[in-house]
Write a protein that binds this ligand. Structure first.
Ligand SMILES: *Cc1c(COP(=O)(O)O)cnc(C)c1O
Length: 337
């Protein structure tokens, strides 16, 4: 299938490939609320293994994975500490407070890069009569509003090592942790072992139509299963969706390197600093975002406006070399004006 639009707004816009659609059609399914869907069970086992955790839970969205994940490690009235640009506090509709009664507190980090010491310094102890206790720290890798940056492994390790002694949990928002692993060469299992709970998306760079997976210890995942049902996320013959995720893991993981190379090409051609392109995103600063976005749209190139003077371009499965060339030509022309 070909689409005339070049859609660089997000890597969520991919359509399932023909092979993925076949895998979905042929999926062996059952009622997953009874735990009887073979495809869902296979996906959960596989993702748990990849990240070195005991268990996993297939959920409809990354938001549900993150919010249940944080609830598993934070009680109502306690707080989750994270960075000010984190997806969990920016784009999840205040769910931590609105749904779960969790307090959140944020720190502004330089360029969204994880600074373990800066977070640790802000942690408030349990058992104090005045202070809201910090139960968990949320980290995001890659960082969305950080332009797809890969969090430094030494900082993740430092935070993890400290957290064990402090009794503070670490939640990983790993919507694009696949991109981080491909870009850095750090195994998924390493990222997994540096988190108590992690949510990973199948519907971003991996190109599945729906779904995320929450990984954690077995007891926590048993509790997560109840939360998912409580929230209305218990799905029945969800194997048709899990099959897309399994297909994506087989066929779309290594190719993320192509998305990263194409993002660098876009940056070079548009005069953005390619050294700031670590994965599949290019951020253009100091541009009249609404004007450029509208003019580009008129020529069949869709871009993300992430601020009044900031545009984001995301490469993905449905963006090939020809699409990059077309986008670079259209946007290059508009930026020179
Ligand atoms: C997309 C994304 C999510 C989850 O989004 P959903 O639309 O709820 O699937 C979570 N974290 C980050 C960093 C994301 O980019």
């Amino acid at each position: 299938m070909t689409y005339s639009l070049v859609d660089l707004r997000s890597d969520t816009v991919t359509r399932p490939t023909d092979g993925m659609r076949r895998a979905m059609a042929e999926a062996e399914v059952g009622d997953d609320v009874y735990g009887e869907d073979a495809c869902v069970n296979a996906l959960e086992e596989r993702v748990a293994d990849l990240f070195g955790h005991e268990a996993a839970l297939f959920v409809p969205s990354g938001t549900m994975g993150n919010q249940i994940g944080m609830r598993l490690v934070c009680e109502p009235g306690q707080e989750v500490l994270g960075d000010a640009e984190a997806h969990v506090v920016t784009y999840e509709m205040g769910a931590a407070a609105a749904v779960f009664g969790l307090s959140t507190r944020t720190v502004v980090s330089a360029g969204c890069r994880l600074d373990a010491a800066q977070l640790i310094e802000q942690v408030r102890p349990r058992g104090d009569w005045h202070l809201t206790a910090t139960a968990a720290i949320a980290v995001e890798n890659t960082h969305n509003r950080g332009g797809g940056l890969v969090q430094p492994l030494d900082q993740l390790q430092q935070l993890w090592d400290w957290s064990r002694g402090a009794g503070v949990a670490v939640h990983l928002d790993g919507a694009r942790v696949w991109n981080a692993a491909v870009a850095s060469g750090v195994p998924l299992s390493t990222y997994g072992r540096l988190a108590d709970t992690a949510s990973v998306c199948l519907s971003k760079g991996l190109g599945a139509p729906v779904g995320s997976v929450l990984v954690a210890g077995a007891e926590r995942i048993a509790a997560a299963r109840l939360w998912r049902k409580r929230l209305g996320g218990g799905m029945r013959q969800a194997g048709v969706l899990a099959a897309a995720g399994l297909h994506a893991l087989d066929h779309h993981l290594d190719r993320l390197a192509d998305d990263h190379a194409r993002a660098r090409t876009l940056a070079e051609r548009l005069g953005a600093d390619p050294s700031r392109v670590e994965t599949n995103m290019v951020v253009l600063e100091d541009v009249a975002a609404p004007v450029v976005a509208e003019a580009a749209r008129a020529q069949g190139v869709l871009v993300g406006q992430v601020g009044p003077r900031r545009i984001r371009l995301v490469t993905h499965l449905d963006v090939d070399d020809a699409a990059v060339d077309r986008a670079a030509t259209v946007l290059g022309d508009l930026l020179r004006r």
